[in-house]
Design a binder for this molecule. Sequence first.
Ligand SMILES: Nc1ncnc2c1ncn2[C@@H]1O[C@H](COP(=O)(O)OP(=O)(O)OP(=O)(O)O)[C@@H](O)[C@H]1O
Length: 210
Amino acid sequence: MTLSVTDLSCARGGMPVLEGVSFTLEPGRVLVLRGPNGIGKTTLLRTIAGLQPALSGEITGAEDRVAYGAHADGLKAALTVWENLAFWAGIYGTPLERIKPALFAFDLYPLQYRQAQALSAGQKRRLSLARLLLTGRPVWLLDEPTVSMDAASVGLFAEAVKAQCADGGSALIATHIDLGLETDTLDLTPYKATPVWEFADRAEEEEFFA
Ligand SMILES: Nc1ncnc2c1ncn2[C@@H]1O[C@H](COP(=O)(O)OP(=O)(O)OP(=O)(O)O)[C@@H](O)[C@H]1O
């Protein structure tokens, strides 16, 4: 099933951020979100994930079909790597046998008994991404998934995305790096919302903050 976004407008902190965003994401495809810092990539992903309401527009094919991987790792610090994955499997009703392949996919097998709080930043990121494999969800929504990861880990991630797509899934990924995958690209720059209000000049801004 295709994820379809039509004429979507969304806000952050009560301020409109993006207006009139439309795209489709077909099964088997990867769509990379581009645009400068602050343009609204996170806001768009959160809106599609259902974590915040849209201002207007329509999203179809999301609902309980998406797995959202945020910037933050969102791990349970005191649980081991294996326990974190088991916790996640429990939430999604995924058989525990699926944990082992997820450990291998992100080179976490040797670390499986280590508490999450004792992992390096890149290892935490790998664990966070390994959880996606336990969701069984066909559409991945990922926000800067490769931050802190070395080249080998980025390669593992790219392989996981490829496998997800080969399995009929898809991924919408906000990233500034080249994943070395065949992807489509959506630059959000043209969809920047008209600001409700802006400072007329520097003097007005300085006066406001004085
Ligand atoms: N918690 C928040 N409260 C209010 N405004 C926010 C909040 N987080 C972000 N914003 C604002 O919302 C706008 C969109 O931010 P968003 O994080 O979606 O952009 P982004 O494209 O993901 O940026 P980046 O590339 O830096 O991650 C920005 O103007 C930002 O300053």
